[in-house]
Design a protein around this ligand. Structure first.
Ligand code: ADP
Ligand code: MG
Length: 399
């Protein structure tokens, strides 16, 4: 896929000595000792920070953490995140006790080119989620340039996402640029043949993606609870499996589209791993999807389905995957999802993975570095896969 940059990025502007307001998504949790335990979001921001440091920018990082609802919450302060970021960068990262006001202003003024500061949690102020222009102006007054790199929060029209860019030249960071590039090109002009792999619990959560990407698709593989609803729409008795009755009309509509288009094929599971009751080790077995014993539940795709999906996906030039294919939080029902992660890692074509849980599957399978793009933004990546505009992207200057 060729690049489709539509927004100016940090590569397009002079940054030497300039104060850069860098909005990132460091919405990470701390363990009981107050340390960051999953630092993926911090590591994903390092290329941008390192680029800005080398360009001689004075870096003022802004992030929210958790849901303090406009008040100071001691356990949601950013100082522990600043310490962790410092250890990743191998350089000190200063922090402040408020993201606006005199202390923040003085801390910014003390920065020399290449220095890094992490402001206090921006959601300690109600003006952030309310997108209050006065609050946005106070944040903007700390800097000369705005860099949007908080892809995971780009679907929110908050002050530090859409308000601050109104007052400053606004460009994309490297993470934002990469995310938008991969996800936008899927709907604009993907390389064909194109496949969509869809799982997850409910059709309602996925129908937007199906509707948006169906037109480009040549192959659609469906697993998870979503497949159960499709199977049940076909009149198959899936016993006690999870499915959603409200999804039936949507599933029916997909069947109609597939029937009308000879260049589109739909693959549903042919066999399943089923569980009974608590689904402990003695109550797990394989079954064809049309022979699920009564009282049992489909909890993963079976080996024949894995092979069916594999042969369908092998010739694809582009594959998008959203939604685990089974109850992956629980062994052995993670097998189908892990097998999908591995098969996509081996694929020659371009592979893009979106969605919080699906990204977790790819991480767990240990193949993230062999997949072209694993989106870091759960809800934001789903919004893009549904073709919805992202406020945090729209707020940036056009290239
Ligand atoms: P994402 O966050 O990547 O968009 P979803 O939130 O749509 O993914 O779906 C993830 C959930 O779907 C997981 O919690 C998983 O356990 C559940 N799930 C998938 N298949 C099944 C199934 N057959 N039975 C029960 N739960 C399932
Ligand atoms: Mg989810």
């Amino acid at each position: 896929m060729s690049p489709a940059h539509s927004k100016r990025t940090i590569r397009d502007i002079d940054l030497q000595g300039r104060r850069v307001f860098l909005r990132v998504d460091y919405n990470v949790q701390l363990d009981e000792h107050g340390f960051v335990f999953d630092d993926l979001r911090l590591r994903e921001s390092l290329p941008t920070i390192e680029y800005l440091r080398e360009a001689g920018a004075r870096i003022v990082i802004c992030s929210h953490r958790g849901r303090p609802r406009g008040e100071v919450v001691e356990t949601l302060r950013n100082a522990p995140v600043a310490r962790h970021l410092g250890s990743l960068l191998g350089a000190p990262v200063a922090s402040t006790e408020d993201c606006i006001g005199l202390e923040a202003y003085a801390a910014v003024e003390a920065l020399k080119p290449g220095d890094v500061l992490l402001l206090e949690n921006v959601r300690f102020h109600p003006g952030e989620e309310a997108n209050d222009p006065e609050f946005a102006w106070q944040l903007a007054s700390l800097a000369d340039v705005y860099v949007g790199d908080a892809f995971g929060t780009a679907h929110r029209a908050h002050a530090s996402i859409v308000g601050v860019p109104e007052y400053l030249p606004a460009v994309a960071g490297l993470l934002m640029d990469r995310e938008i590039d991969y996800l936008r090109r899927l709907s604009d002009n993907p390389e064909h043949p194109f496949a969509l792999v869809l799982g997850g619990a409910k059709v309602a959560d996925k129908i937007g993606i199906l509707n948006h990407l169906c037109g480009e698709s040549n192959v659609i593989c469906v697993g998870g609870g979503v497949a159960n609803t499709f199977l049940s729409t076909q009149g198959i008795d899936i016993a006690d499996s999870l499915w959603d009755a409200e999804g039936v009309p949507d599933a029916r509509h997909v069947f109609e589209q597939v029937e009308a288009r000879p260049d589109l094929r739909l693959y549903l599971p042919v066999d399943a791993i089923v569980g009974f009751g608590a689904a402990d080790r003695d109550h797990v077995r394989r079954a064809p999807v049309d022979h699920v014993p009564s009282g049992w539940r489909i909890l993963d795709i079976g080996p024949a389905t894995i092979e069916l999906f594999r042969s369908a996906l092998e010739p694809m030039r582009t594959v998008v995957w959203n939604g685990p294919l089974g109850w992956f939080e629980r062994e052995p029902f993670d097998h189908g999802s892990l097998a999908m992660a591995e098969m996509l890692a081996d694929l020659d074509g371009t592979v893009v993975v979106g969605g919080g849980e699906t990204a977790a599957v790819v991480q767990r399978a240990g193949v993230a570095d062999r997949i072209n793009h694993v989106s870091t933004g759960g809800a934001a990546s789903l919004a893009m896969l549904q073709g919805k505009p992202l406020p945090g992207e729209a707020a940036l200057d056009d290239a």
